[in-house]
Design a protein around this ligand. Sequence first.
Ligand code: NAD
Length: 369
Amino acid sequence: MATHKLLLLPGDGIGPEVAAEVEKLVAWFTKAGIAAFETERDLVGGAAYDAHGAAISEDAMKRAMQADAVLFGAVGGPQWADVAYEVRPEAGLLRLRKDLALFANLRPAICYAALADASSLKKELVEGLDILIVRELTGGVYFGEPKEIVTLENGQKRAVDTQLYTTGEIERITRVAFDLAKKRRNKVSSAEKHNVMKSGVLWKQVVTDIHKREFAEVELEHVLADNCAMQLVKNPKQYDVIVCDNLFGDILSDVAAMLTGSLGMLPSASLGAEDASGKRKALYEPVHGSAPDIAGRQLANPIAMIGSLAMCLRYSFGLIEAADMLERAITDTLTDGVRTGDIAAPGMNTVSTSGMGDAILERLQTLAR
Ligand code: NAD
């Protein structure tokens, strides 16, 4: 059995609390003989700043480059609000994304039947929802140059951000989206604004070409990004995979996220390009931040982090059965009424972070029997 090298970067705030639950599961998978993991741990974010004066040390970066996958908790907190911009906790995550060249961000939005009441939308609109947003992560307006604020002769200031995409950047994210759709419900919706943006015109053209040349068997639709935002709250179940650029993906994935109820439920994956042996660099993390308001009190919901482990098993290691089993264990735990505070209806009993982790592990053990 192949040994998978995992680097665990718990980070700050609730990061270490939710990461501890993932460690329990990783240990169980190894003990049960389902998969073999070699896990290393290191610091990131404010914790790394306190120890090394940087948001991630060179040693930790080296380990991340050598790992088969990185599991990341969360970074940040008010105690680091005044540290220099280039060593602020978030810089650790940005460095990882950049150096590992993680261009594809996958954010599933799944609404568990047991939690459909927690959504701000009507239950029938979201119950059973299962969509995947594939966001381009390393290009577009967040990185395009020029990016500046200049003072004009008349004393006014002018701010510039540049939305910029090349054919190659659009092609590689499009292929990721089509590949994933083939393993799901076989539909891709490409969101851009070709009506007002040149980058949208090229985006639509490239997606259409790739579809025709390589993925004609997958259903493709083009949707304007603003309409996509409306459709997501009107009839989200019409979507399977949505592919979009960095800016629209940032916004649309947050809209989709909220359909499911709580930040504590949302996993994500960021993937790099395939190397010659078919492996990708990859980082898995919950969508939520370090939640300083509840940190250190065992109040955090670990499901987003545990769901990130399930994505890691599926996308980095091809352990599909193990991933399915872990996701099923999460569903069963919720169906049995186990709740952390963020997803509990009024009057329901709640469990701690480790209580939720233990409950999921128990269901997993039952499923494996
Ligand atoms: P947040 O996601 O940390 O918290 C927002 C709200 O959701 C809080 O009320 C929090 O208690 C709650 N929440 C978040 N995760 C939860 C969980 N697992 N279980 C239960 N409740 C949960 O966002 P924020 O408050 O805007 O930011 C706090 C810090 O996190 C800031 O320093 C910010 O920069 C950082 N941050 C980091 C990341 C990251 O590491 N990827 C992402 C977002 C924010």
